[in-house]
Structure formats: C-alpha cells, structure tokens
Write a protein that binds this ligand. Sequence first.
Ligand SMILES: CC(C)(COP(=O)(O)OP(=O)(O)OC[C@H]1O[C@@H](n2cnc3c(N)ncnc32)[C@H](O)[C@@H]1OP(=O)(O)O)[C@@H](O)C(=O)NCCC(=O)NCCS
Length: 150
Amino acid sequence: MRPAIRPATAGDLPALVALDEVCFGSEAWSTVSWTGEFERRSEDRVILVADEGAVVGYVVLLVPPVALDVVELLRIAVTPAERRTGIGGQLMTAALAKCRGRTVLLEVAASNESAVGLYAGFGFEEISRRRGYYAGGEDAVIMRWREDEE
Ligand SMILES: CC(C)(COP(=O)(O)OP(=O)(O)OC[C@H]1O[C@@H](n2cnc3c(N)ncnc32)[C@H](O)[C@@H]1OP(=O)(O)O)[C@@H](O)C(=O)NCCC(=O)NCCS
C-alpha cells in the first residue's frame, strides 16, 4: 500500500516528534522545536506527512512568501523499516510540486548517501561545500534545485 501524502495537522505532532527521534537520535528536533515549526505554517513552513494509517515519513520546507526568495528543504525522513520503497520519492515529488518556479536549497552531510542519492535523483546539484561543518569534521554539501533544470 502506498501512503497518502498530505499536509500535517496538529494531531500529527506526537507522531512526528517520535519518528524524528527514531530517524535523527540526538539530532532530533524537540517537541518545542516541532511546535515552533507547526506555528510557522501560517508564515512560511510547509509540513507534509506520508500517512498509511500511521505517519511513516515527513518533509519540512521553508517557503518564503516572496517568490524570488529561495525555498529551503529543512528535513525529510522515512521510518527505517519502510525505506527504499519509494516513500522518500513520494514526499519529494509532493514537496517540489509546491516549489514551482522557485529555487530550492538544502544542506546534507557528505556521507549521507541515501539522502544525496534521493536529492540527485530529483535533479538537485551540488553547488558548494562547508568544509568540516559538522561535529567530527564532516563536510556539509549544499545542493540546489531549479524547476527549469529538472
Ligand atoms: C533519505 C531518505 C528520506 C530516503 O527515503 P526513502 O523512502 O528510502 O527513499 P526512496 O525509497 O524513495 O528512494 C528514492 C531514491 O533515493 C535514492 N536512495 C534512497 N536510499 C538510498 C541509499 N541507501 N543509497 C543510495 N541511494 C539511495 C535512490 O536513488 C532511490 O531510488 P531507487 O530506489 O529507485 O534507486 C531516508 O533514507 C531517510 O529517512 N534517511 C534518514 C533521514 C535523513 O538522513 N534525511 C535527510 C537529511 S534531512
């Protein structure tokens, strides 16, 4: 069964906090942080979830209201047991559908092969690096997507 991709609702908050903890461990966003993301939905945040009865994935975008401003893909994750079944791709497709005519930037750890592979498959290209940006000295890769480069 393919999950439905839909906007997050307030009732999803506990599930998102729990799934974020599973996916990011010590780097997970706290309940306070997630609450802040939800509160900013009326300004510039877009939160989509993959729902198959339970929330199995999510993506968070910062979409400034000014069309010339770049969109930032802040977070995307899929529950470990259901990775590599296309859910990340479903979430990316839905997210990029909200970015028509925009430029989208994201930052990813250089060693995160699954995420880099996902992004590259959607036409994101590396535009720069922040050397030694992460704890442990790992590089951050900055990737960019533009609709006309799809
Ligand atoms: C990145 C992530 C969201 C991908 O989700 P997913 O549901 O597994 O992705 P999909 O099954 O839709 O895969 C889409 C494509 O991404 C690429 N990809 C996904 N996992 C990959 C892996 N482990 N290695 C290489 N490429 C991979 C492939 O090109 C894949 O297409 P294919 O299966 O036809 O080869 C998931 O691995 C995840 O939650 N990772 C932990 C959280 C994270 O690091 N998020 C990114 C930083 S915010």
